[in-house]
Ligand binder design. Structure first.
Ligand SMILES: Nc1nc2c(ncn2[C@@H]2O[C@H](COP(=O)(O)OP(=O)(O)OP(=O)(O)O)[C@@H](O)[C@H]2O)c(=O)[nH]1
Ligand SMILES: [Mg+2]
Length: 458
């Protein structure tokens, strides 16, 4: 779209298309701001002769080209009066036919009436500034739209509902209580309670238990962040064991070349799949040959390089042949990493000798699909061996993890403080740092950077 953008003013009434570019059955145009209703009314002719539009009701009618008086499209408009809207302002949504030409024409008509095109994330930013949501929830909106897999979608919606914000509020309340007590000590000295414990001792206990709570959050943050990035799972094995056949079966179509000659796969292949709600970045790799040279040697080196960054290796063995030195070589090469040993081709006569390497192996046939369900369970449980204590507040962003780490450092320093003044100082910094999570104490430039990740119309 080539609409001219004017200098952003947070009080302007804004417009943008909320649905993706391209053809679709419906396209949604969103207008937000004080003039939303009046501006839309100028170009919208309702099917019946309504003149007053009720909030949260849909009206069928025509959008009229102001120059020619002709109909641009038949649409449904919905009015959301403030504060009961996404942005907290008056919002009108126009559902038109999802043709980019129509959407552009309608937006241009609205801009011609004196409103402007929204910036990236400006609707959500207004929701934040109007107190409809906090920053954690605003960020979760983006995750809700772009969740790469079911587990991350669940986390995103929980954060949008405010679960992580609740945790932050709970930590803040505890810090505030500690601060009140500490400041009272500074002013009035330490007092003993009925059990003879001093206030200082009680504050220290509270700080210690808070520290443990934050440590758990930080500890599990890696899991949430990883879940969002996706787990790197490699299929490895010597040449011809059926890696590409397994890869194709997991991916669900004939992605990789399969051939009875060894050395078929050279460049590794990567595809994204979902296994039990987890995003998996699955790699098919070149097999290990006996005496590789030329491109086979390069391909083999590539496979080796992938091992380092992998989260899990599915180490494949050919059940129809005895184990050989390449199998053992690969086993040793991947020993330090998380691996699942899998014996393939169980539909053929088994020639593979028993070995320690295979003690816990799973037997499958990539060709017939035998035991694939068991393999999927193994992959999931290997990647997610633990049940997170409270997955509702599992962090999925580096920014959040850094803030929690910083809060943890403040709490740690407050525990080590030499006097109440220093304790109070560190508790105050912890509170300030915590405020950057929900947005209260966040620098405006950082806020802008966060919203730059959004698309226009969100
Ligand atoms: N019977 C049987 N044959 C299989 C099975 N899996 C793979 N094959 C066959 O084994 C041969 C090699 O399969 P690929 O999937 O190309 O093996 P690969 O490990 O990717 O081989 P390279 O890329 O050369 O390392 C092909 O002829 C497959 O049809 C299986 O479960 N059962
Ligand atoms: Mg292959």
């Amino acid at each position: 779209m080539d609409h001219q953008q004017t200098k952003p003013n947070p009080n302007d009434t804004i417009v943008a298309c909320a649905t993706p570019e391209g053809y679709s059955s419906i396209g949604v145009i969103r207008v937000s701001g004080d003039r939303a209703e009046a501006i839309v009314q100028r170009i919208f002719k309702p099917g019946h002769s309504e003149t007053i539009f009720e909030s949260h009701r849909a009206y069928f009618g025509d959008i009229i080209d102001q120059a020619s008086g002709k109909v641009i499209d038949k649409v449904i408009t919905t009015f959301h009066k403030k504060p009961y809207s996404y942005t907290g302002e008056d919002v009108v949504e126009i559902s038109c036919h999802g043709n980019p030409l129509i959407i552009d024409r309608i937006i241009n008509e609205l801009i011609a009436q004196g409103i402007r095109l929204a910036d990236r994330g400006e609707f959500t930013k207004r929701a934040l500034l109007n107190g409809k949501i906090d920053l954690l929830q605003a960020e979760a909106v983006l995750d809700t739209v772009y969740s790469p897999c079911e587990e991350v979608r669940k986390l995103a919606i929980a954060q949008y509902e405010g679960k992580l914000s609740d945790t932050v509020r709970h930590i803040r309340r505890k810090l505030e209580d500690i601060l009140v007590i500490t400041e009272a000590q500074i002013d009035f000295g330490d007092e003993e309670d009925v059990q003879g414990r001093t206030q200082t001792a009680r504050s220290m206990d509270d700080l210690r238990s808070l520290k443990a709570e934050i440590e758990t959050i930080v500890q599990y943050a890696e899991i949430g962040i990883k879940m969002k990035k996706g787990y790197r799972v490699l299929i490895m094995g010597r040449a011809n064991v059926g890696k590409s056949t397994l890869f194709n079966r997991l991916v669900g179509y004939e992605r990789a070349l399969i051939h009875p000659d060894p050395g078929t796969t050279r460049d590794f292949l990567e595809e994204h799949i979902e296994i039990s709600g987890l995003l998996i970045r699955l790699f098919d790799t070149a097999g290990i040959l006996n005496k590789p040279h030329g491109p086979d040697k390069l391909a083999q080196e590539r496979s080796g390089q992938l091992i380092e960054q992998s989260d899990l290796i599915v180490l494949l063995f050919d059940g129809s042949e005895p184990m050989n030195e390449q199998d053992v070589y690969l086993y040793n090469l991947t020993k330090e990493k998380k691996t699942i040993a899998v014996v393939n081709k169980v539909d053929l006569n088994m020639q593979l000798n028993e070995s320690d390497i295979l003690s816990d192996s799973l037997k499958i046939s990539a060709k017939t699909g035998k035991n694939m369900d068991m393999l999927l369970v193994r992959i999931k449980t290997s990647l997610m061996p633990v049940v997170c204590p409270s997955d509702n507040c599992l962090i999925t962003k580096q920014r959040h993890m850094h803030v929690f780490r910083e809060v943890l450092a403040c709490v740690q320093r407050s525990l080590e403080a030499r006097n109440e003044e220093m304790t109070a100082f560190e508790v105050k910094s912890a509170l300030h740092t915590l405020g950057t999570l929900t947005g209260e104490t966040l620098d405006a430039n950082v806020l802008d950077r966060i919203f730059e990740e959004f698309c226009i119309g969100k």
